[in-house]
Design a protein around this ligand. Structure first.
Ligand code: XBP
Ligand code: MG
Length: 237
């Protein structure tokens, strides 16, 4: 029986990568005097590495492995990421990032129907709270029984860790949950944790190759035509 919806954030709730994260990374690089700029094509490529800090490490090691191995590198990445997070929070608070079609309706319908809501994401907790509060209202983080985010697990998506962390806190088996994801790393993580999964592709994941699994139940352009009955049918399939 379907008892919980476990939501990814970036790309699933909103086009955060396009409207928020990439913009914030580039502004942080400029403020730090770095000649780094991630255009859309490059950013699409860099999204193969999940986690903002991990993405910057992957980039730095690619373009300048010696500097990335220097003693001050960890502090520089931490400082860049802190600034990027602050810029992202400001963008979200100013309304630069909106929920994707169908998301608010599904969240509200699930709540009204007594389904448990949870989040399993790679982004930092502050970014999740900022997005929920700016788009749905100040109390909406409380709608979620569990928010799994950022560095609470050692291995980010496509590892299943964040989903397993959320399942443990919910006290539910994976088979009672449905994951909503937008990407290959995200859906790989969800099915590896045993969750039936619905994919709603985002701007950067249109051509992702999704995992081949009986748990992957739908591959959609967005959630605008999806209701709870549809989700229940996919879950039961
Ligand atoms: C999201 C991510 C995140 C964001 C940036 O992946 O990979 O790293 O791009 O967030 P998913 P932070 O949607 O699969 O969870 O900078 O806060 O890490
Ligand atoms: Mg995502």
């Amino acid at each position: 029986m379907l008892r919980a919806l476990v939501w990814d954030v970036d790309g699933t709730l909103a086009e955060t990568e396009h409207d928020g994260h990439r913009v914030a990374f580039n502004q942080a690089f400029a403020e730090h005097g770095l000649p780094w700029h991630w255009d859309e094509v490059l950013y699409h490529d860099l999204l193969a590495t999940t986690g903002g800090k991990e993405r910057m490490w992957a980039w730095w090691r690619r373009i300048d492995p010696a500097a990335a191995a220097a003693p001050d590198a960890v502090a520089r990445i931490a400082s860049l990421h802190a600034r990027k997070t602050a810029i992202y929070g400001g963008l979200v608070a100013r309304g630069a990032v909106q929920l994707r079609p169908g998301v608010a309706q599904l969240l509200q319908a699930a709540r009204a129907d007594g389904l448990v809501l949870a989040i399993a994401t790679t982004t930092v907790p502050d970014n999740v709270l900022a997005l929920l509060q700016a788009t749905l209202g100040p109390d909406t983080p409380g709608w979620f029984a569990c928010i799994g985010a950022g560095d609470v697990v050692p291995h980010k998506k496509p590892a299943p860790d964040i989903y397993l962390w959320v399942l443990q806190r919910l006290g539910l088996p994976a088979s009672d949950c449905l994951a909503l994801e937008d990407s290959a790393p995200g859906s790989t993580a969800a099915v590896a944790a045993g969750l039936p999964t619905v994919v709603t592709r985002s701007r950067y994941t249109l051509h992702d190759t999704l995992p081949v699994s009986p748990l992957l139940r739908a591959d959609l352009p967005d959630l605008s035509a999806v209701d709870l009955a549809r989700l229940r049918a996919w879950h039961a399939a």
